[in-house]
Ligand binder design. Structure first.
Ligand code: GLN
Length: 423
């Protein structure tokens, strides 16, 4: 039985002779590909074929990569398991009774199973790092502004980045080298990264590196996850690094702040899918409002609807100050905690996910449990920082991911440290 890692399986060859020549790549289905269907895991876009390539896809083609299909994902990126996809869940290749993580679950499963050499995912609150951790591969969430979002179907603009998923740190870094760098079509991109050589940083040299471990991001983790995590840190110490615990009290507010901000931005971004401007039109009867309502009722799944409703509520007159403005205050606090931590340490480390991969179906009836599993990944998006998930042993035969977080544009440092974990 197939893992269902792809929503659309179609090959697009490139005849360029670049650094990715001969490499096959899976592209998450919320990244626009000219002439190749891009559904975002939603029925709303089941027939949508973009007329242009995202900047990252242009760069892949220029680098000689062969696209082998569009990877399965939670609908519009909203989920942690790939089970909210309208095209059925993806299975975890390590244990097919389990989820691959999400929302870039198809991308990570494809790489872990060898169905693609490399993959692109997107990370709004952990969607690259979580599936990388659950499938036992490497994923990088770049600093906000390192990679162009032009051609990415937006979920929450202020939080998200496109990034690489690969079998090894060096390959992930090499893919990041290809997609990083400024883009005139995305004003949030920066000059940093224009001549990047992140792959060269994968030299495993952690001599003298100082690692902070935020107590709040470890104490709640599953025992088996914790054991693998501390073993990996002892290994890094044996290679010349030093680690100690630090406190980041703001991170306890991060999940709440993240979900208010992400849902608010989503409610605005998804307004364009009304069956007229974008999205499936049912040819409905009635006035505009009735036709829009029908298109949205039929086109969106229940998790997406929940978030549009909650996000609209959080932004509405009378509640804006109570929810959205408060969440922005918490976001500022999270940023301050990171700034303070990076005065004393080079990188921060935590388990990527506090738990091993869920059983398929386990978390579907309990959205709150699913949201809480993002506790260690969302602070990074709130602060716009880079982070990598690298395999660090297992618990009961299931992969454990170690997350390394760097200061802004500190990709080389996290790549270096992650390659030492790999050793
Ligand atoms: N699980 C988080 C959410 O559902 C993260 C998703 C993502 O990064 N796209 O919002």
């Amino acid at each position: 039985m197939s893992l269902n890692a792809f929503i659309t399986k179609e090959t697009v060859e490139s005849d360029e002779d670049g650094p990715l020549a001969g490499k096959s790549i899976a592209v998450k289905d919320n990244i626009s590909t000219e002439g190749l269907r891009t559904t975002c895991g939603s029925e709303m876009l089941e027939d949508y074929v973009p007329p242009y390539d995202a900047t990252v896809v242009e760069r892949l083609k220029d680098a000689g990569a062969t696209i082998v299909g569009k990877a399965n994902m939670d609908e519009f990126g909203m989920g942690t398991t790939t089970e909210t996809s309208a095209y059925g869940p993806t299975k975890n290749p390590v244990d097919e009774s389990r989820v691959p993580g999400g929302s870039s679950g198809g991308s990570a499963a494809a790489v872990a199973a060898g169905e693609a050499d490399l993959a692109l995912g997107t990370d709004t609150g952990g969607s690259i790092r979580c599936p990388a951790a659950f499938c036992g591969v490497v994923g990088i969430k770049p600093t906000y502004g390192l990679v162009s979002r032009y051609g990415l179907v937006a979920y929450a603009n202020s939080l998200e980045q496109i990034g690489p998923i690969a079998p090894s740190v060096e390959e992930a870094a090499a893919l990041l080298d290809v997609i990083a760098g400024p883009d005139d079509r995305d004003a949030t991109t920066r000059e940093e990264g224009a001549d990047s050589n992140f792959a060269a940083a994968a030299d495993g040299d952690v001599e003298g590196l100082t690692i902070g471990v935020p107590t709040e991001l470890v104490e709640g983790a599953d025992e088996g996850v914790k054991a693998a995590f501390w073993d990996a840190l002892d290994e890094l110490e044996a290679q010349g690094a030093e680690y100690h615990e630090v406190s980041m009290p703001s991170t306890e507010k991060a999940v709440a702040a993240y979900y208010v901000i992400a849902m608010s931005e989503a409610s605005s971004n998804l307004a364009r899918f009304d069956g007229v401007r974008y999205g499936k039109s049912g040819g409905y009867e009635g006035n505009w409002n009735e036709a829009f309502a029908r298109a949205r009722e039929e086109g969106f799944g229940s998790e997406v609807k929940r978030r549009i409703l909650l996000g609209t509520y959080a932004l509405s007159a009378g509640y804006h100050d109570k929810y959205y403005a408060k969440a922005q205050d918490a976001r500022a606090w999270v940023k301050q905690d990171f700034d303070a931590a990076f005065e004393d340490v080079d990188v921060l480390a935590s388990p990527t996910m506090p738990v091993p991969p869920f059983e398929l179906g386990e978390s579907l009836d309990d959205p709150l449990q699913m949201y809480l599993a993002d506790a260690n990944t969302v602070p990074v998006n709130l602060a716009n920082l880079p982070a990598i998930s690298v395999p660090a042993g297992e618990t009961d035969g299931l992969p454990v991911g170690l997350q390394l977080i760097g200061p802004k544009f500190g990709e080389e440092t996290i790549v270096r440290a992650a390659s030492a974990v790999e050793n």
